[in-house]
Design a protein around this ligand. Sequence first.
Ligand SMILES: [Zn+2]
Length: 185
Amino acid sequence: MVDKNVLPGDFLSTEEEFEPGSNTFAENGSIFSNSVGKAVKDSKQKTILVKKPKDISVADVGDIVYGEVMLVKDNSVQLSIFTEPSEGNRKVLSRTIASLPIRLVSKDYVKNMRDMFKIGDLVKAKIVSVKPYGIDVRTNEMELGVIRAFCSCCRQPLHLFGRQLKCLRCGKGEQRKVSQDYALK
Ligand SMILES: [Zn+2]
């Protein structure tokens, strides 16, 4: 936990162990980070706090992130996201959960989220906001969206033919909000 990079909403400790210090908040007996930064334990004061050092890179609005679809709901998708090194400035962040609201999926009208994403898909997204309770992302650009998807029948990676995804093993055709960077063509 010491020197661990954290994002808003990351679990830090229980209130039994520590008092919530600066840049943290407590809820239902647990202490969470309220900020991007490094989690630091002060054993003397029995507090845990988050430092915002200037020398670490943080996830920011406009950053590209990659995420795995954990949950598909009617109005949003939950992604487990991680950043990639960018411009020689390695972004080391723990995995965190981001939310993709249906209105930010595509420039086109999206009728059903379940036609756009499925659990296990890898998604390229852009951060639109970083808030205490989590990160919101969007995929409403050509380069954003699913970059790797798996067959819902046999779990094989799907290949992209034009705008249609197809399973080479069982022949099933599938649909997604596909990124122009889709991996398998
Ligand atoms: Zn298949």
